[in-house]
Structure formats: C-alpha cells, structure tokens
Design a protein around this ligand. Structure first.
Ligand code: NAP
Length: 283
C-alpha cells in the first residue's frame, strides 16, 4: 500500500481562500477588519520564522497585524504589561504569544492575562475548560483543530474509530484527544510512562504522533490502512522530520507529509480563529 497524502498545504490554501472572501465581504458592508497581534520574546530562529509566516498569512487574507518583539531577557511582568495592553486595545481582535517563551517567563500567568475572547491559541483556562467540557463558545487550539479539519476534509471516519494520541501536552496531545473524543472516537493517550507503546499504536485506526522524538514510531507499529498524522517538528541533520520511521507510507492508508502536513493547518486555524474572534466581538 502507498498511503494517500493528508495534504495540509492544499487544505490550508482552501481555508485561507475562505477567510479572504469572508473578510472582504465583512469589510465591504462597513464592518471592522480583524487584526492579529503577535508577540515574540527573544530571537529563537524557529520562533522568528513561525511568527513571520503567521504575519504573512494574515496579510494574504486581508487581516491587519501588529508584530511585537521583546528582548530575550524580558521579565514576566514586562510581558504581562504588553498582554494586558493588547487585551484592552479595542482595535486588536486576537493575540498570539509565540511559544516556547524563554525560561524566566511564567507562561501560565501570561496566558491567564489574555482576554479569553482574543486568545487565538485557545490556551486560556476558560477556553480549555469550555472545550474540555464540550460546551460551546470556547476557542479550539489551532494544532488539534487543524488535525481534525485535515481528517474531515479527507473523509476519514472519526466516529467509532480507535484513535491513539502519542503525547499528552496541554498544547497538543491532551486537546487533540479531547477533540477526537468529542467526535466519538475511542481515544487512548500514550506518554513516556505508557507500557508497550506498540501494542497501542498497532490498534490505531487514527494515529496522532506528537511526542517530539524522531523515529519513535516504526512501520511495524502501524495498523495497515491507518490514518497517520505526524505532528512533531524534530530537526535531524538540519532537516525537519516528525516521529515516524521509514516505510510508514507503505503501511498507512492516509499520511501527513512532514513538513507540509500539520504545520500549515495550524497556521490556517490561527487565521480562522482570528477572523472568528472579531466576528464574536463585533458580529
Ligand atoms: P511536549 O510538551 O514535549 O510533549 C511531548 C509529549 O510526548 C509528552 O506528553 C511526552 O510524555 C510524550 N513523549 C515523549 N517521548 C515519548 C516516548 N518515547 N514515548 C511516548 N510518549 C512520549 O511537546 P508538544 O508541545 O506537545 O509538541 C509535540 C511535538 O509537536 C513537538 O515536536 C513540537 O515541535 C510539535 N508541534 C508541531 C506543531 C505544528 O504545527 N506542526 C504545533 C505544535 C507542536 P510525558 O508527558 O510523559 O513527558
């Protein structure tokens, strides 16, 4: 078998087109144009690149943006002061604080200082709580929402599927498991204390690999025909790879490229969340 491609780049393009049209329609009837504020502390090259791509995507769809750069030695209090100012700024629809932030920053406090309506990443406890409880009105985090969208657009059946998520972080693994559960998958969450990881992954109709460990999942650990989403961004010899070993495409039914799978979907959902944040604020 050669796996079919879960083409994040192509689906992201469709989402950007939808949002571009929606923004243009909104502005044409005299309503406000959404604005995204990005905040980056320090100059980690990968983070700089991610922020620049997000700024570029906003521009491409007609969303205004502000780009706030703070030095690497910024304190939590200094970052809190910027986040509070942006939360109170009537012209800002959505705020993204790029993670990971430098060690001295207490991100839990920073995230809680965001206006939940402008929390475009869905990390504020109010949004995480609404999503966890399955209540309406919460902002779904971008990477997990992007994974679900990618599976949906490929026609992968989530309801009733055995879904295995490798990773339980608050950013990726846990919310992905919750969204799959909401869609009536039977969900198993694996982590570093999981005994016999392969016994779980081999049972997965849908496998989401988000461990951040290159070559963690070999082709022998994949069920034939499974839909496999490789979230991780590991750098090996200057090249981006995920968690999957060689030959997974020979066994899987659907597979995300890496790069070109979840990354573009994450950015597409960020732009969608920015648009929706403005619509919620000013319908
Ligand atoms: P993280 O906070 O480091 O979490 C990694 C998770 O994987 C943890 O829950 C950890 O278990 C688990 N894990 C690590 N090694 C394992 C192993 N050998 N066996 C089983 N489980 C293992 O990372 P994250 O923020 O969730 O991100 C995960 C990956 O996705 C990273 O590579 C990140 O760069 C990437 N990412 C990509 C996108 C995108 O848009 N493409 C977006 C976000 C993140 P414990 O909890 O037991 O430690």
């Amino acid at each position: 078998m050669t796996a079919r491609v879960l083409d994040g780049k192509a689906v992201a393009r469709q989402i950007f087109d939808d949002i571009r049209r929606a923004v243009a329609a909104r502005v044409s009837v005299g309503k406000t144009r959404p604005k995204l504020a990005t905040v980056l502390v320090g100059d980690d090259p990968a983070s700089v690149q991610y922020v620049e791509l997000k700024q570029k995507n906003a521009k491409q769809v007609g969303i205004d943006s502000e780009d706030h750069r703070l030095p690497a030695l910024t304190t939590t209090e200094e970052l809190l002061s910027l986040v509070r100012r942006l939360s109170a700024d009537e012209t800002v629809s959505a705020i993204l604080v790029q993670q990971p932030a430098p060690r001295q920053i207490d991100m839990a406090r920073v995230v809680q200082a965001l206006d939940p309506v402008k929390d475009v990443d869905g990390f504020h406890p109010i949004n995480a709580g609404l999503v966890a409880l399955g209540l309406p009105g919460g902002v779904e985090p971008c990477t997990p929402a992007g994974i679900i969208e990618l599976l949906d657009r490929a026609g992968v059946q989530i309801e009733g599927a055995n879904a295995v998520v490798v990773g339980r972080s608050n950013l990726v693994g846990k919310p992905t498991a919750l969204l799959l559960l909401k869609r009536n998958a039977t969900v198993t969450v694996c982590h570093t204390r999981t005994r016999d990881l392969a016994s779980h992954t081999r049972d997965a109709d849908i496998l989401v690999a988000a461990a951040g460990k290159a070559n963690l999942i070999s082709k022998e650990m994949i069920k034939s025909g499974a839909s496999v989403v490789d979230v991780s961004t590991n750098w090996v010899d200057g090249r981006q790879v995920g968690d999957l070993g060689p030959g997974v495409d020979e066994v899987a039914g659907w597979l995300t490229p890496n790069p070109g799978g979840v990354g573009p979907m994450t950015r597409a959902m960020l732009i969608k969340n920015t648009y929706e944040a403005e619509v919620r604020r000013r319908p």
